[in-house]
Design a protein. Structure first.
Ligand code: PHE
Length: 339
């Protein structure tokens, strides 16, 4: 029996040494140490031994079992260490490899300036509204006090899609749509694309951008218009910026003004950016014409208001010293990457 035990033990240790993977180890464990395993079977055979022999044999079997168990444990540990090492090797990251360049997009300069403007006007309590780019003659001209035969139409010669349907020439159409749907007090800006049949050159494009502003309430005066525009100019161009109002004409405002700001580049002395003038024209504005208020069902005896239309493209080209408006629309990445 002793000999048999020795043989089983040797066979078990050899099998452990030969095991190649965890499944082999498990098979060895079941074969020798399991409930029906060979070493367990030997224990069961001890019933036939004399009482003197039994404890001696028992001890031998237990020692053999412990030895096999220990060898098996060591083998399993060795194998998992090897597997771990292999895994680490496979997962090594070569930090000397050049990284993949992550090409993130960014805002177009027009959008950057627009977002700044929206921030400024929102902080003064203005809502942002949207209007359609395809307008009716009614909203783009008629309600804005520009009847069919009015000479102001010539200045905004534009693209007609059908009789009385056109690409809007000015965001001012949004004034009317807003006054039709909202009751005063009204404080909105409407940014958007506008269209005019202009020849393309460094300062003209048939597609450009405006931001219309409209305020209607009781007791609104030209002082309020000046205050709002001055605040806006200071935030966009800096606190030393001077604002100049020149008398002008728009059919839908009375009185009307053209607004210039002192050139932020030269401080008013005259330079390339302001073409020597010291001033840059940035917008048209005025007090909303009583006819316009009336056309929208607002009583001009009770309410008054002001409106302004800012050229976003001009603001952007002066801020970034862009010499040609066409660059804004060509979408050449080499140009846009600079901003
Ligand atoms: N809509 C005018 C333009 O396109 C600008 C403007 C807007 C003037 C609002 C006065 C008030 O030239």
């Amino acid at each position: 029996m002793k000999q048999q035990l020795e043989q089983i033990k040797t066979a078990a240790l050899e099998a452990i040494a030969a095991a190649e993977n965890s499944a082999d180890c498990e098979n060895v464990r079941v074969k020798y140490l399991g409930k029906k395993g060979e070493l367990t079977a030997i224990l069961k055979m001890m019933g036939g031994l004399s009482p003197e022999e039994r404890p001696i044999m028992g001890q031998l079997v237990n020692t053999a079992k412990a030895e096999v168990d220990e060898a098996l444990g060591a083998k399993v540990a060795e194998m998992s260490a090897k597997a771990e090492e292999l895994k680490l090797k496979e997962e090594t990251i070569d930090i000397t490899m050049p990284a993949k360049v992550n090409k993130t997009g960014k805002l177009h300069p027009l959008n950057t300036v627009l977002n700044d403007m929206i921030d400024i006007f929102q902080s003064m309590g203005f809502d942002v509204v949207d209007g359609p780019e395809v307008e009716t003659d009614h909203y783009n001209f008629e309600c804005l006090n520009v009847p069919a035969d009015h000479p102001a139409r010539d200045m905004q010669d534009t693209f007609y899609l059908a009789e009385n349907i056109l690409l809007r020439t000015q965001t001012s159409a949004a004034q009317i749509r807003t006054m039709e749907t909202r009751k005063p007090p009204i404080r909105v800006i409407c940014p958007g694309r506008v269209f005019r049949a202009d020849e393309v050159d460094a300062t003209h494009s048939p597609v450009f951008h405006q931001i219309e502003g409209l305020v209607v309430d009781k007791g609104v005066t030209m002082c309020d218009l000046k205050g709002v525009l001055e605040q806006f100019a200071h935030e966009i161009y800096g606190p030393d910026t001077k604002v100049k109002f020149r008398p002008s004409f728009f059919p839908f405002t009375e009185p009307s003004v053209e607004v210039d700001v002192s050139c932020s580049e030269c401080g008013g002395k005259g330079c390339r950016v302001c073409k020597g003038a010291g001033w840059i024209e940035i917008l048209g504005a005025g007090m909303v014409h009583p006819n316009v208020l009336r056309a929208c069902g607002i009583d001009p005896e009770e309410y008054s208001g002001f409106a302004f239309g800012i050229g976003l493209d001009r603001l952007t080209t002066t801020r970034y010293k862009i010499s040609d408006i066409r660059l804004l629309f060509e979408n050449d990445k080499r140009f846009l990457d600079q901003f």
